[in-house]
Design a binder for this molecule. Structure first.
Ligand code: PLP
Length: 426
């Protein structure tokens, strides 16, 4: 098998004689067939082929295949956003009456999805802490638990998931581990190698990497044996009446999960990525390996600088020796984590605001994880309606700033921070 850098450039698309060198944009809703019978067989899933872009499109499939190859999975589907990827990963397994065990340090949008919106659809969620004991995590399971959910590197806290431990616990309860691998990217961590069963991405972040297009992806390892726990997964292991009683695990074997995500969820719920956006996404993928290494190297330089600055109260970056996440970083992300870190300044909220206003290169943005360095202060921005006590109750330190390092020269980034700290101190 080719190495990861080669896969970023080539996997999933091999043009034949006279075909486009680059993955082409197939901007077409439908595809032509010769006979009524041919079309009928496609609708019965007896033959594979393109017929309508809500289900499948050649541009999207080539890009999804590239991400599947990078993750070491057997198949993938692109979605319209990272939110849609996580929603569909859950809905492909769970239905009303079911239950999910999730890490509580995950992205705020996913906390809302799992904690507020899924319960309205009859799917309940229990949140657990990443450093809880096995016994505490086991206690969250119910007979109706159908999956465990976590993030390889949590957003915004940059805590590293002990994937092996959570996979072991999930599997001992007969359910899969779903891991959102957005911040790590498959270049720095491939959760399937550590026992995860399904991977999701917000491709809006590093995979796109240029702040161009919102998108997501679901990848199937093909490793989870749904039939071994058939009673838990009727959607995958019992007849689907909307396809004349077809059973996904019988017909598609290892590809049951990802085939159902396309033929059932995409058919009924939509949320596809446009071929144009998939094309942009692929341009990002082709340099992902170069960019994720560069932002990690730069982030370590910036974190080391911050650690030694008298105005800085604390810095949290997994790659810093002595960080609470460093041991797990060395195990799961040995070549580096990502470009995101958290820090707190000593001067209080007014000082924080003077500091951010004095930054010239680093921009104030809600986005993270692309080519531009940016900063966000939840207490002043996304969570500004909360008091300091309410912030702490939500697990967010009032002084926490999330800093995302981009592709600029790290010396320029450090100079910008040093100048802003100086001018805020005056
Ligand atoms: C941004 C993000 C999401 C949501 O993705 P969108 O593409 O914005 O819908 C999900 N998970 C993580 C870890 C994220 O950072």
């Amino acid at each position: 098998m080719s190495k990861i850098d080669t896969l970023c450039v080539h996997a999933g698309y091999t043009p034949k004689k006279g075909e486009p060198r680059q993955i082409p944009i197939i901007q077409s809703t439908t595809f032509k067939y010769e006979t009524s019978d041919q079309m009928g067989r496609l609708f019965d899933l007896e033959e594979s082929g393109y017929f309508y872009t809500r289900l499948q499109n050649p541009t999207n499939d080539a890009v999804a295949a590239r991400i599947a190859a990078l993750e070491g999975g057997i198949g993938a589907v692109l979605t319209s956003s990272g939110q849609a990827a996580n929603l569909f990963a859950c809905l492909n397994i769970c239905e009303a009456g079911d239950h999910i065990v999730s890490l509580n340090n995950i992205y705020g949008g996913t906390v809302n999805l799992l904690g507020v919106t899924l319960p309205k659809m009859g799917i309940e969620v229990t949140f657990v802490n990443h450093d809880s004991t096995d016994e505490e995590i086991e206690a969250a399971f119910r007979p109706g638990t159908k999956l465990v959910f976590g993030e390889t590197i949590s957003n915004p806290g940059v805590e590293v998931l002990d994937i092996e431990r959570f996979a072991r616990i999930a599997h001992s309860h007969g359910v899969p581990l779903v891991v959102d691998n957005t911040f790590a990217t498959p270049v720095h961590c491939r959760p399937f190698e550590w026992g995860a069963d399904i991977v999701t991405h917000s491709t809006t972040k590093y995979i796109d990497g240029h702040g161009v297009s919102v998108g997501g992806c679901i990848v199937d390892s093909g490793n989870f044996d749904w039939n071994a726990h058939a009673d838990k997964f009727p959607g995958l292991c019992t007849p689907d009446e909307s396809y004349h009683g077809l059973i996904y695990t019988e017909r598609f074997g290892k590809a049951a999960f990802i085939t159902k995500a396309v033929t059932h969820l995409m058919r009924d719920l939509g949320s596809i990525q446009s071929p144009q956006n998939a094309f942009y996404l692929n341009l990002g993928l082709q340099t992902l390996h170069l960019r994720i290494r560069r932002v990690s190297d730069s982030a370590l330089k910036v974190a080391s600088f911050l650690q030694n600055h008298p105005a800085v109260a604390w810095v949290h970056y997994p790659d810093l020796p002595g960080d609470s996440q460093h041991e797990k970083q060395l195990k799961y992300l040995p070549e580096g984590s990502c470009g995101v870190m958290c820090l707190g300044l000593k001067g209080g909220r007014e000082f924080d605001n003077r500091f951010m206003d004095a930054l010239r290169l680093i921009t104030i943005e809600t986005h993270v994880a692309d080519c531009y360095s940016c900063i966000l202060h939840p207490a002043s921005h996304t969570h500004r309606q909360l008091s300091d006590e309410q912030l702490r109750a939500a697990g967010i330190a009032p002084d926490l700033m999330r800093l995302s390092i981009g592709l600029e020269d790290p010396e320029d980034i450090i100079t910008d921070i040093a100048n802003a700290l100086d001018s805020a101190s005056k």
